[in-house]
Write a protein that binds this ligand. Structure first.
Ligand code: ADP
Ligand code: MG
Length: 709
């Protein structure tokens, strides 16, 4: 996304117009950092700041203090160790009389020649404790005389750079000079404010011009904070405004059937057939859907709910609303197993009601298939469940009023597009469901032009899954636990990683593990199923079915069992090499147990040595079973753009806002954007004109999720 660029103004000038930037440097900046114009330079913000206003005394330093700036004399400097262990070690003594060790592992020879014993340096870096002593590894060093001469003590910006740029004098210091010269040329009119004055006043936001200046050259922490706040708000607000604008214009253009009736099917089902009482969250979501369906505007709603939260029932009852208004409904799932599971459970729920439910997949062939297609076109089938086979061209509905997509992120853009075309004159209402909880901030952004409903409550009476972490050398104990569960008549999953880059090795490992399991769980007392992604679908289905029917007690599998497989009798899952799985994957896997009345267990096996992130993932899994909490942790660990279910979205690349941290700013931004569009949908009123023009010019490329189709 390109931020505000004034009409053919200073910011559009090429960087070669700057003094000191010849064609070679210009080319380098373009190639290395995609900086072409002055505007690009201005909108490449620093990624951190060095507080040059404050010096620490060495005697006051504490471990884990973070980044500090100190000033002192380099009293010794020597290389130690050989070859790969070679390092440069210096000692810096300051006025406090204490000394601090400085260590470099890279560029040892060069630095040894550069630094001079006896000189005074300004040193910046991260204090850490090593063998009971404090030191700074790879500090930034600058001759004190030079540091003082060049810049006044401020918050110094640090810019992204690359080795090639460093060599040409475009290191962070060079970048600083450059930006200073650009900023000095800029007038407020070059950086006009697109936020309406009243909004800026209400939220106490500084102007765009001031913010851009201060983000590069802040005089104090307070000034920097104000700039960051303004620019984060601006970024999130503009994006939300764009997404909501897309939603408003879609709703104005795409009419839908108004489902005015809540009629016999829904009511009869509710009163006579519903096997349990709905949770509060299910009721709330159904109300939201019902309201949507009654508006005469096509519904595009995302339903998020953790594994086991009861989305199927919400889907079914929404379909009944369609039926009550004389329409057909369908539900599509990404795999045959899942689709058939829906078919089975929905048929069971509807048993006794006079409704016609059918199942369609690529495997339904010949006469059976022809019959289904015929009945569907004649309107004799009320509800069709199946795989993507149900959106293929030969499948014609008489009048499709509602289409539900389960596990939506497994479907591609094209498939969703086909769904829209399955009915005319109006497209069907669309409800997409996902069991991959997405943090609120991500949902608001990646799916910002959809309505989102959340089931944040599990049905009562579930025994929480007990999760424990064991390291590899306690495997024996783990096998023992599996034996105990099987002795009680239960079944077990043992899950192995299979990573594409490593596929052959992983498959070999799975085979070896299978041989080991055969020894530990010998036939005929035990039967073991193996399922992995490289098997033929038919073989996979066969093995899955054996496990589901209880013919096998142990299912060894790779992540193919992740999605929606329902075997309530499976009460224990062992995940091998847990550290190799991502958090959301682990969460999805764990959801395969704990589906029955019995207490269930999840054992996370890992190697003894773990990376910090690996350990955090495991700790998170042990600490909570709440998918939304896990998703939040995942967002913090990996950042947006890596979170399952949102990769298809191009709107997560932020310049300054951070979706893991800026939830509050985002909420305000979205609310304000809503208010403005409610008052002035086309952004035509004087205070909004600049905003409207800006969106047209700069955010045109952003397309909403639903309009992708
Ligand atoms: P998911 O959201 O993962 O698709 P399901 O719809 O498969 O969850 O529901 C999981 C289980 O919970 C099913 O066996 C379903 O019958 C049951 N269930 C759903 N809603 C309720 C409820 N309100 N009370 C009790 N059980 C429920
Ligand atoms: Mg489901």
């Amino acid at each position: 996304m390109t931020p505000s660029v004034s009409k053919a103004g200073v910011l559009d000038r090429g960087i070669a117009s700057l003094r000191g930037i010849g064609p070679a440097k210009a080319e380098l900046l373009a190639k290395e950092l995609q900086i072409f114009s002055l505007g690009d330079l201005v909108y490449s913000y620093p990624f951190r700041y060095v507080d040059r206003t404050q010096f620490y005394r060495i005697i006051d330093l504490l471990p884990d203090q973070g980044n500090v700036q100190i000033r002192g004399k380099l009293v010794t400097l020597m290389t130690k160790g050989e070859n790969r262990k070679k390092r440069l070690v210096g000692r810096l003594r300051d006025e406090s009389g204490a000394a601090l060790e400085l260590v470099w592992f890279r560029g040892v020879n060069y630095l040894d020649r550069t630094f001079k014993i006896g000189e005074e340096y300004v040193v910046y870096g991260t204090v850490q404790e090593f063998n009971g002593k404090l030191n700074i590894t790879h500090p930034e060093m600058e001759l004190a005389a030079r540091a003082v001469a060049e810049e006044a003590a401020t918050f110094e910006p640090v810019y992204a750079s690359t080795e090639k740029l460093n060599k040409r004098g475009l290191d962070t210091r060079g970048r600083r000079k450059l930006i200073r010269s650009v900023i000095d040329q800029l007038q407020p009119a070059d950086l006009p404010d697109m936020l309406p004055e009243y909004l800026r006043e209400e939220l106490r936001l500084i102007s765009h011009y001031d913010a851009v200046r201060s983000i590069h050259l802040p005089a104090s922490q307070a000034e920097l904070d104000a700039a960051v706040r303004r620019l984060k708000f601006e970024e999130l607000f503009l994006l939300q405004l764009r997404l909501l604008q897309l939603k408003v214009s879609r709703e104005a253009q795409v009419a839908g059937y108004a489902f005015g009736q809540i009629g016999t099917h829904f009511n009869r089902f509710y009163q006579e057939f519903l096997p349990f009482s709905l949770t509060g969250a299910q009721k709330r979501v159904l109300r939201e859907i019902r309201q949507d369906l009654g508006r005469g505007i096509q519904m595009n709603r995302l339903l998020q709910g953790d594994v086991g939260s009861g989305k199927t029932m919400v889907g079914l009852m929404s379909m009944l609303m369609a039926l009550d208004n004389g329409f057909q409904a369908c539900m599509m799932a990404p795999t045959e197993i899942l689709a058939y599971q829906h078919y089975e459970s929905i048929r069971e729920y509807l048993n006794g009601m006079d409704l016609r439910v059918a199942f369609l997949s690529g495997n339904v062939k010949g006469k059976a298939r022809r019959q289904i297609l015929e009945d569907l076109a004649a309107g004799e089938i009320d509800i069709l469940l199946g795989t993507h086979a149900l959106i293929e061209p030969p499948v014609v509905f008489k009048n499709l009023g509602l289409a539900i997509i389960d596990e939506q992120h497994r479907f591609g853009v094209k498939q969703r597009a086909k769904l829209w075309k399955k009915n005319s004159p109006y497209p069907p209402h669309v409800l997409v469901m996902t069991a991959t909880p997405i943090p609120r901030t991500l949902a608001m952004t990646a799916y910002g032009d959809l309505d989102v409903s959340v089931i944040d409550e599990l049905p009562p009476g579930r025994t929480p899954i007990k999760t424990v972490h064991f390291t590899e050398h306690r495997r024996e104990r783990v096998f023992g636990r599996i034996r105990e569960e099987i002795a009680k008549g239960r079944q077990a999953y043992v899950v192995y990683p299979l990573i594409e880059e490593n596929e052959t090795l992983d498959l070999l490992a799975l085979e070896a593990a299978y041989d080991e399991m055969l020894v530990r769980f010998p036939r005929p007392d035990y039967q073991i199923s193996v399922v992995h992604g490289k098997m033929k679908p038919a073989d996979k289905d066969f093995e899955m079915a054996r496990f589901k029917n209880g013919e096998t007690q142990i299912m060894m599998a790779t992540t193919v069992i992740e999605v929606g497989v329902n075997v309530p009798n499976a009460t224990i899952m062992v995940i091998v090499h847990t550290e190799r799985f991502g958090l959301s994957q682990l969460h999805q896997l764990r959801g395969r147990v704990g589906r029955g009345a019995e207490e269930s267990f999840c054992i996370l096996l890992s190697s003894v040595k773990l990376s910090k992130e690996g350990r955090q993932r495991i700790n998170t899994m042990v600490a909570t079973t709440d998918g939304f909490k896990i998703a939040e942790a995942d967002l913090k660990l990996r950042g947006p753009g890596m979170i399952d279910g949102t990769q298809q979205s191009g709107v997560l690349q932020m310049r300054i806002a951070d979706l893991a941290q800026d939830g509050r700013i985002l909420s305000v931004a979205r609310d304000k954007a809503k208010d403005i569009l409610a008052d002035d949908p086309k952004l035509e009123k004087p205070p909004h004109r600049r905003l409207g023009a800006h969106l047209e010019r700069n955010l045109k490329a952003i397309r909403g999720w639903s309009l992708i189709s």
